[in-house]
Structures are given as structure tokens and as C-alpha cells.
Design a protein around this ligand. Structure first.
Ligand SMILES: C[S@@+](CC[C@H](N)C(=O)[O-])C[C@H]1O[C@@H](n2cnc3c(N)ncnc32)[C@H](O)[C@@H]1O
Length: 280
């Protein structure tokens, strides 16, 4: 097995493992061969990986359903936005396999930015999966709390072209100040017509029983959630972004899925999952 990432890098494996479960459903919302191979590799690995077994069955069902729906949201939004912008950047890309599995428009360049140890591990998994990118795929190893804009530009990114930014399950691992700096960096490199797709959740959702079960798995790999987001528009608008929100209920409905209990209004309080799609 390729060398495992550490700390927050291990969360990439947790998410991909949850995503991999979708492959076994006859009514799957997507097929993810990279996640499938990861699950096989982890299943065959000695129990020294540092990766927890996952959630107890009830919470696992929730996590799997939740990640599948969120994946579908990002798939749809990124694909639609990339028909207009041929430059795509996935921040905290982890084991995201969209470069291999989405039908990108001709000439699309997808930059995957994550820690170098995550990208190195991903090499091994992608090679085993025998996947070829359906776009020009560029890896950028960088810390998103440092000079990642410089690393992105050095890899060929053109800040004068409109860009689609994908930020999936990243913001909770950065604190508020780090997220503010991240958004400033994104904005500074977003030509008019750029698009930002991101997710986060508010404090009430974080405190809910089911959601905190997910926290425990993340904490077990040394990657606690470090922020919440109370008002998406209040965060994005001052940076010049006009933000639309997708209601998880509506997303589940259009995906032909039951909404995980947690998001049923008032099931566990008034928490909000934010599925954001913003333009500039
Ligand atoms: C939960 S995973 C999500 C991965 C991917 N977006 C997905 O949905 O499959 C979070 C990712 O963010 C990355 N990440 C977190 N903090 C980071 C940082 N400071 N610099 C670079 N990457 C970071 C982790 O390495 C990990 O791959």
C-alpha cells in the first residue's frame, strides 16, 4: 500500500471510503472507481493504518447517504459551471476522482490542490484503478494556510480566465481566520464569471447528535472540525460573490433519495447544512 497521509490528510480516505459505498447501489448517483479501489486497499491492509473502522452502523448509513448526496450536488454544479469556465480548481481535493469520471468540456484543465502526502498516496490508488483523466489534470501540492496561490500559479493556473472553484468538505478543517484568508485568495484569482461551489454547516448542526458522530471519526484521525459558518451570504457577499443555496431536502428529492433524518426539519434542532453555489 502507498504511504498513508497523516493528520487531516487521512480525512481524504474517510470521505472516499464513504463515497465508495455508492458503487454497490443499483440506483447509484455516480460511479467512483478510485473510491472503490481505496476501499479494497484499506480492506486488505493490516490494521495499522491509523484509520478508524468508521462509524457504528446507524451513523455509517447516515454518513454514506450524506456524502453521496453532497457528491451529487458538487458533480452537478461543477459540471454545469465548467461548461462556461474551462479552468477548474479543486481545493483540498483529497481522493476526489472527478477529473477521471466527469465528462468535462473539451480543453478543460482541472487543478487538484492538496497536501503533497495526500497527492502521493492518490498516485498509487489511481494507478491501481487504471484510470485516465478526462481533462488535463494538474496536481498542486501545497498547504492551504500558506502561499497556495503562488503554487497554483506556478503550476500554470491563469488568474485572468474565469475559474470554477470546488471546495468540498474542506472549510470545517480550517478555522475562521484561515477560511477568510482562503476566500480572499480565491477572490483575488477569480476573473469575472467565476463560480465557487462549497459546503459548510452551522453550529446548531455541528452540535446535533448524529452529526457529532461524524466528528468523532475525524477526531480519531487527528483532524477536528475547527469552524462553523452561520450566514453564508454574510461571508461571501463582502467578497463580491452572489450566493445561492441548495436545500438538502430538494437535493434528496431530485436525486430520488430519502433525506437522511438529520436534515428533516426539526429532527434534531434547527441546524443547517450549507450547499453553496456562488458567482462573481
Ligand atoms: C475531508 S477531505 C475532503 C477531500 C475531497 N474534497 C473530497 O470531497 O473527497 C479534506 C481534504 O482537505 C485537505 N486539507 C485540509 N487542510 C488542508 C490544508 N491546510 N492544506 C491542504 N489541504 C488540506 C486534506 O488533506 C483532505 O484531503
Amino acid at each position: 500500500m502507498p504511504g498513508l497521509p497523516t493528520g487531516v490528510g487521512l480525512t481524504a480516505l474517510c470521505t472516499a471510503r464513504e463515497r465508495g459505498a455508492e458503487n454497490h447501489r443499483p440506483d447509484r448517483l455516480f460511479e467512483d472507481r478510485v473510491a472503490q479501489v481505496l476501499t479494497e486497499v484499506l480492506g486488505a491492509a493490516p490494521r495499522t493504518t491509523g484509520l478508524p473502522d468508521g462509524h457504528p452502523p446507524k451513523d455509517r448509513a447516515f454518513a454514506v447517504d450524506f456524502v453521496a448526496l453532497r457528491t451529487r450536488f458538487f458533480d452537478d454544479e461543477l459540471r454545469a459551471a465548467s461548461a462556461r469556465c474551462r479552468q477548474v480548481v479543486l481545493l483540498g481535493s483529497g481522493l476526489d476522482s472527478r477529473a477521471f469520471r466527469l465528462d468535462w468540456a473539451r480543453d478543460t484543465v482541472v487543478y487538484e490542490l492538496d497536501r503533497s502526502d495526500v497527492l502521493l498516496f492518490k498516485h498509487g490508488i489511481v494507478a491501481r484503478a487504471g484510470q485516465e483523466p478526462r481533462c488535463t489534470r494538474v496536481e498542486v501540492g501545497a498547504d492551504l494556510r500558506g502561499d497556495w496561490p503562488g503554487a497554483l500559479r506556478a503550476a500554470g493556473f491563469n488568474p485572468w480566465r474565469p475559474t470554477v472553484w470546488g471546495v468540498e468538505e474542506l472549510l470545517p478543517y480550517l478555522n475562521r481566520a484561515e477560511n477568510d484568508r482562503l476566500l480572499s485568495g480565491i477572490t483575488a484569482m477569480s476573473a469575472g464569471g467565476s463560480h465557487l461551489v462549497a459546503d459548510h454547516f452551522d453550529g446548531a448542526l455541528r452540535r446535533s447528535v448524529t452529526f457529532s458522530a461524524m466528528t468523532e471519526v475525524r477526531c480519531a484521525v487527528g483532524a477536528a472540525w475547527r469552524s462553523t459558518l452561520e450566514v453564508p451570504d454574510g461571508w461571501l457577499a463582502p467578497h463580491g460573490w452572489t450566493c445561492g443555496l441548495t436545500d438538502p431536502t430538494e437535493l434528496a428529492h431530485r436525486s430520488g433519495r430519502e433525506l437522511p433524518d438529520l436534515f428533516t426539519p426539526r429532527a434534531e434542532g434547527d441546524g443547517h447544512l450549507w450547499l453553496m453555489s456562488a458567482v462573481r
